[in-house]
Write a protein that binds this ligand. Structure first.
Ligand code: HPA
Length: 237
C-alpha cells in the first residue's frame, strides 16, 4: 500500500527517519552520508531515501515547509510505514542574542501559533515536547563533538512574514523562546499522539535581533555537523 503523497511500500523506510524541509537537502543527505542510498519516494518531488549510516538502516524524507505539509508526511511515516523515531534537521531564526549563528538549537519544547496544535486541546495549552531520550542523547553527542548547542523552547510559527516583523513574536522571547522555525510543534504533537519518538535539531542561520546571517559556505559546513549528529542520534550510535 502506498499513499497519495508517498509511493514507497511498507518496509521501504527504516525505523528512524531524518526530516529536512527541503527535498534537495534530503537528496544531499542521502548521497553525502548514506551507504547504498535508494530513493523510496518522489511524489511531488518530496524526496525520500533509505540507506545505511555506520552499518545501520536509516531514512531521510523531506517534510516540505510548514506544519500542514510536515503533518502529512509524518502521519503516514508513522501509521503506514511504521517509523518509530523522527528527527527534524532544519534551520531556524534566532530570538535570543546568546544564540549565535551556527549554534545548534535542540528544541526541548515547541510553542506555536498553529491551529493544528491549538485546535486539538480545547481550553488547554498543550506543551509539545521532544522525546527525552533523543534529547539527552543529542545533548551528550553534541558535547562530545564539541558543537555549541542550546536546549530550549522553540517557536514553530505558521507565519514567516509577520505583518509587524519581529514584534509579531510578541512576548515569546521574553519567556525563554530562543528560536523560530515552522515544523517542530506539529511533529512533537503527532509523535506523542502515536507513541513514537521525535526531536527537532536546528542550526540557527539568521538572528532576528542582530540580523547576523550565516554565509553560504558556513551554512554548508554547519549543516554537515548537524546531520552527522542527527544520524548518530537516529541510529543510537
Ligand atoms: N522564521 C521561520 N523559520 C525560519 C527562520 C525564520 O526566521 N529562519 C530559518 N527558518
Amino acid at each position: 500500500m502506498s499513499t497519495p503523497h508517498n509511493h514507497a511500500k511498507p518496509g521501504d523506510y527504516a525505523e528512524a527517519v531524518l526530516l529536512p524541509g527541503d527535498p534537495l537537502r534530503a537528496k544531499w543527505i542521502a548521497e553525502t552520508f548514506f551507504d547504498a542510498p535508494r530513493q523510496v519516494n518522489s511524489v511531488r518531488n518530496c524526496l525520500g531515501y533509505t540507506g545505511t549510516w555506520k552499518g545501520k538502516p536509516v531514512s531521510v524524507q523531506a517534510s516540505g515547509m510548514g506544519q500542514p505539509s510536515l503533518s502529512i508526511y509524518v502521519h503516514e511515516l508513522i501509521n503506514v510505514y511504521g517509523v518509530k523515531s523522527l528527527i527534524r534537521v532544519g534551520t531556524c531564526g534566532g530570538l535570543n542574542t546568546k544564540v549565535k549563528v551556527r549554534d545548534i538549537i535542540l528544541a526541548q519544547g515547541a510553542s506555536t501559533d498553529s491551529s493544528i496544535v491549538k485546535g486539538r486541546f480545547g481550553p488547554y495549552n498543550y506543551a509539545p515536547i521532544a522525546d527525552f531520550g533523543l534529547l539527552r542523547d543529542a545533548a551528550n553527542k553534541a558535547d562530545a563533538r564539541g558543537l555549541k548547542f542550546h536546549a530550549g523552547n522553540m517557536l514553530s510559527s505558521d507565519i514567516f512574514y509577520h505583518a509587524n516583523g519581529f514584534e509579531g513574536y510578541d512576548k515569546l522571547p521574553d519567556h525563554g523562546v530562543i528560536g523560530v522555525e515552522m515544523e517542530a510543534a506539529a511533529l512533537y504533537t503527532l509523535a506523542a499522539r502515536f507513541g513514537v519518538k521525535a526531536l527537532a535539531i536546528c542550526t540557527m542561520t539568521d538572528c532576528l535581533i542582530t540580523h547576523e546571517e550565516l554565509s553560504s559556505d558556513e551554512r554548508q559546513s554547519s549543516l554537515r555537523d548537524m546531520v552527522e549528529l542527527a544520524l548518530d542520534v537516529a541510529i543510537g550510535a
